[in-house]
Design a protein around this ligand. Structure first.
Ligand code: C5J
Length: 239
């Protein structure tokens, strides 16, 4: 067990059973012409976390720790997209409409892919999710159970929507969650800040928060090897 300095107090990280969850770092949310843009957001804000998140991702790769990427998406016929989601916002482009990067938020379209900097490699799991939470209508829980995972380091976008929903779902299912402060971002800085504060308020009612540097330092203190073979995986994109 190592202790990561965190809010509201030290996060106890076991030497087995930890996974990195990267939520929805897809072109739909980070690039012009995607879903985030269609909803009227400044998508450039989200780019700021990419270098730090990449550092954390590469550390997990080097230590050969489990990595899960999620992608928010829907089937081509929108059978998994309820009107309560489809009809929101009165945006110029709705889910399923053709946009500059293909159909908005549809599985397999160019805009639905994870940004190239964080592209999954062999051995990493992609969870396709139709909702905001990564547990809703997915097999994430099964994957985590099969691999004996109890602790989740949560990253990605957007902080107060899919990231926070996933963290709450995970906590209700018994996972000890650490939200990485500089590896999550929102279109609204005040919503990000409020989320960071609310998840760890009341003694960590949903979990903990800490910067990536605290995690990287903690991992360095484990004394674990970083097998050279793992570095090869980094250069082998999949999906
Ligand atoms: C949103 C997400 N904001 N990944 N999705 O619709 O947070």
């Amino acid at each position: 067990m190592i202790t990561i300095p965190a809010k509201p107090y030290g996060y106890e990280l076991p030497l087995t059973g930890v996974a990195l969850i990267i939520i929805d770092m897809q072109r739909d949310f980070l690039e012009p012409g995607g879903f985030g843009d269609a909803l009227g957001n400044d998508v450039n804000r989200l780019q700021a976390i990419v270098p730090t998140l990449k550092q954390l991702l590469e550390a997990f790769r080097q230590y050969r720790l489990p990595i899960f990427h999620t992608i928010e998406c829907h089937q081509h016929d929108l059978a998994d997209c309820p009107p309560a989601k489809l009809n929101r916002g009165k945006a110029a482009l709705k889910i399923g409409d053709p946009g500059p990067m293909g159909r908005i938020l549809i599985k397999g379209e160019p805009g639905n892919g994870i940004i190239s900097e964080l592209a999954p490699v062999l051995g990493e799991t992609i969870i396709y999710k139709p909702g905001k939470g990564a547990f809703y209508n997915t097999n994430l829980a099964t994957h985590l159970q099969e691999r004996g995972i109890t602790h989740l380091l949560i990253t990605g976008v957007t902080t107060e929507v899919c990231v926070q929903t996933t963290m709450r779902e995970a906590n209700d299912r018994g996972y000890e969650c650490l939200l990485i402060e500089d590896c999550t971002e929102s279109y609204f800085p005040e919503f990000k800040q409020a989320t960071l504060e609310m998840v760890c308020a009341q003694g960590g009612i949903v979990g903990w928060t800490a910067p990536a540097a605290a995690v990287l330092q903690g991992l360095a203190e484990t004394g674990w090897d970083t097998p050279k073979a793992a570095l090869d995986l980094v250069n082998t994109p999949v999906g």
